[in-house]
Design a protein around this ligand. Sequence first.
Ligand SMILES: [Zn+2]
Length: 156
Amino acid sequence: MIYLSHQQLQQIQGHAEMTYPEECCGLLLGTLERDNKWVIEVRETENSWTSESNQNLPDLPSSNQQPLSKKNRFSIDPYILLQVQKEVRDRCLNIIGIYHSHPDHPAIPSPFDREIAWLYYSYIIISLRQGEFTEIRSWKLEENNHFQEEIIKTVA
Ligand SMILES: [Zn+2]
């Protein structure tokens, strides 16, 4: 279960709508206890994907055969990630997950998403159709390398 406030969900939605038709991405900062995660802060980051990103990965086709671009790929600058990691440690929080958007695609992880996913993180995916929000879902990579859906619970 992952707990987000209505306001945090709105923030993710706003970010996704603003960057449409490109993918947006960001970090989920919060606390975790066993299978429960509480989001304290949604940190928007730049989608820093370039054709040089993830060159060490196998050449996965995009799900709709579109050329690779920020419309179907995202990347978070490792330097930003490191900075936020330091910052949250000082605040006794953790990076508990990553969110990104799927413009004109369902909110389910792509093969690329699985390739770059880390264990125990929550992956929130927000789907938009023609710029309009359709659904938001959360996924967690299990040790068998499969994504398991995680329930999003909205709190006040
Ligand atoms: Zn994705």
